[in-house]
Design a protein around this ligand. Structure first.
Ligand code: 2P0
Length: 322
């Protein structure tokens, strides 16, 4: 009922086939379809309560008051859909280092979509929720779903949505995140991807390549083929980062610590520990591995990094109400 406080939890996701560019900035229609794994260790809890006495939306993030026009604009979409004029009290707790390339906006907007729409009296399907989440942040489209999920590119609001590929996940797969910097990034992904789509001469090849990578990883999931999935995800990540280097002006999320981790992964592989790396819009590296190699990998990382910089995650679940 309108006026009830509704709380939802959404987990973050790490793309195996990355999204890096928009065809439509207002509706957040991406230039390519993407595919991800939702993680169990990183999530956002958000509660929303509409209140007719409020003069504006009141937002707290990790107990601190924030003013963010993106959130107000997003709430306006919900108000318009539900046809209500009221503002809301929004409380969000992020169990993800904010803006550290661990896609906090993915879990944040997925949780806000679920809690906000329900608090407004809407009863949206998962597909409709994913389309709503997309309007907040592209990667949030996939965080409505657990396990392996995808975001169908589409051409408009109706056809650009998320869907589940496999949940629960059958593959033995984990991600080890190495937190190298939890400060907000200097170039937001929104700005970075805009520079890339407008100026990288390799952008069209990237789009063609993502179509192939999407097919390869989808088949690898079906065939429970960890090796092909890992190899392709690693290549896809580096192809995305080569767009940052080939942009004008060029920019870079990879730092010297990231390179050190990448070299550690290569060394582990040479020693028979099968693992792969991926990176997003920040210096943190995520290592894709099977259960039986977690100890060997974390041991190697601990020789150089602090224990609290290393977080092991398995596949996580989709959106849920608390
Ligand atoms: C992804 N990233 O597919 C890619 C890979 C980062 C690297 O989606 O502008 O916060 O809000 O749609 O979703 C991060 O960008 O960008 C992202 P907006 P978003 O996960």
């Amino acid at each position: 009922m309108l006026g009830d406080k509704i709380t939802a939890r959404a987990h973050t996701n790490i793309a195996l086939v990355k999204y890096w560019g928009k065809e439509n900035e207002e509706l957040i229609i991406p230039a390519n379809s993407s595919l991800s794994l939702t993680l169990d260790e990183f999530y956002t809890d958000t509660s929303v309560q509409f209140d007719e006495t409020l003069q504006s939306d009141e937002v707290t993030l990790n107990d601190k008051t924030v003013e963010d026009i993106k959130i107000t604009n997003f709430m306006n979409i919900i108000r318009e859909k539900a046809n209500i004029p009221y503002f809301a009290r929004i409380e969000s707790t992020n169990h993800v280092p904010t803006s550290a390339g661990l896609a906090s906006s993915a879990s944040a907007y997925a949780a806000l979509s679920a809690a906000g729409s329900k608090a407004a009296g809407l009863n949206l399907s998962e597909k409709e929720l994913s389309r709503l989440a997309r309007r907040g942040s592209g990667s949030a489209t996939r965080s409505i779903f657990g396990g392996f999920a995808a975001w169908n590119k589409g051409d408009d609001d109706e056809t650009s949505y998320g869907y589940s590929i496999e949940d629960p996940v059958k593959m033995d797969i984990n991600m080890i995140a190495i937190i190298l910097d939890n400060q907000p990034k200097k170039i937001s992904s929104r700005k970075g991807m805009k520079i890339s789509i407008e100026t990288s001469p390799y952008y069209n090849s990237w789009i063609e390549q993502t179509k192939a990578d999407f097919r390869t990883i989808s088949d690898a999931i079906k065939n429970n083929d960890f090796t092909t999935l890992g190899k392709t995800a690693e290549l896809n990540a580096m192809r995305m980062h080569s767009l940052t280097l080939s942009s004008d002006p060029s920019y870079l999320y990879i730092n010297s610590d990231s390179i050190e981790v990448i070299n550690m992964v290569k060394e582990l592989r040479e020693n028979g520990i099968e693992c792969y790396y991926t990176m997003d819009a920040g210096p943190n590296v995520k290592i894709i591995c099977r259960n039986n190699n977690i100890n060997a990998i974390t041991k190697k990382l601990s020789s150089r990094f602090d224990e609290n910089q290393i977080k092991v995650s398995g596949p996580g679940e989709g959106i849920k109400y608390l």
